[in-house]
Design a protein around this ligand. Structure first.
Ligand code: ZN
Ligand code: ZN
Length: 155
């Protein structure tokens, strides 16, 4: 079993929004949904998830949290200066939140676990040729993420 614990400083591309992540990575996936495409300005987003308690934001930060249509429980935090995604917080239940951190925001992305799957692949703007699982459809994609989260609970 690989060691999935992470202790890294993170930052948006412009360096204005900084935070630290210290905890066990739950999963990593590549999301091809249209919202990710528009806010990441890339064909897909590379995201590593943690329990929100693993993420420490500085007391004074300039991260703006917004809700988009999907998924409704997700607050996506973007940098007020460069507009790039910083961290997203997804409420699963009261006091239970997942943090979605763009993998490129880590100071040492190579130390992160490797991605488990492509999700929302039906929304892809280009085919990806790798050996990872490709999950098509909204609910199958949500389910794939849920399974990765549940799997981490029993690891
Ligand atoms: Zn997405
Ligand atoms: Zn920034």
């Amino acid at each position: 079993m690989p060691d999935l614990s992470v202790n890294q400083s993170c930052s948006c591309p412009c360096g204005q929004s900084t935070f630290t992540v210290s905890g066990v990575a739950i999963s990593r996936f590549l999301c091809h949904c249209q919202i990710c495409q528009s806010i990441y300005k890339q064909p897909f987003a590379d995201i590593t998830t943690f329990w929100s308690g693993s993420v420490s934001l500085p007391e004074e930060h300039s991260i703006q949290f917004n809700r988009y249509r999907l998924p409704p429980a997700l607050r996506r935090g973007t940098c007020a200066t460069c507009d790039a995604p910083v961290v997203g917080l997804l409420s699963l239940a009261p006091f239970v939140q997942l943090a979605f951190v763009p993998s490129k925001n880590f100071s040492a992305p190579a130390a992160l676990p490797s991605a488990g799957a492509h999700i929302f692949y039906h929304r892809r703007v280009c085919d990806v040729h790798d050996s990872l699982r490709k999950v098509n459809g909204y609910w199958p994609s949500e389910l794939a993420v849920t399974k990765m989260v549940m799997g981490s609970l029993f690891r």
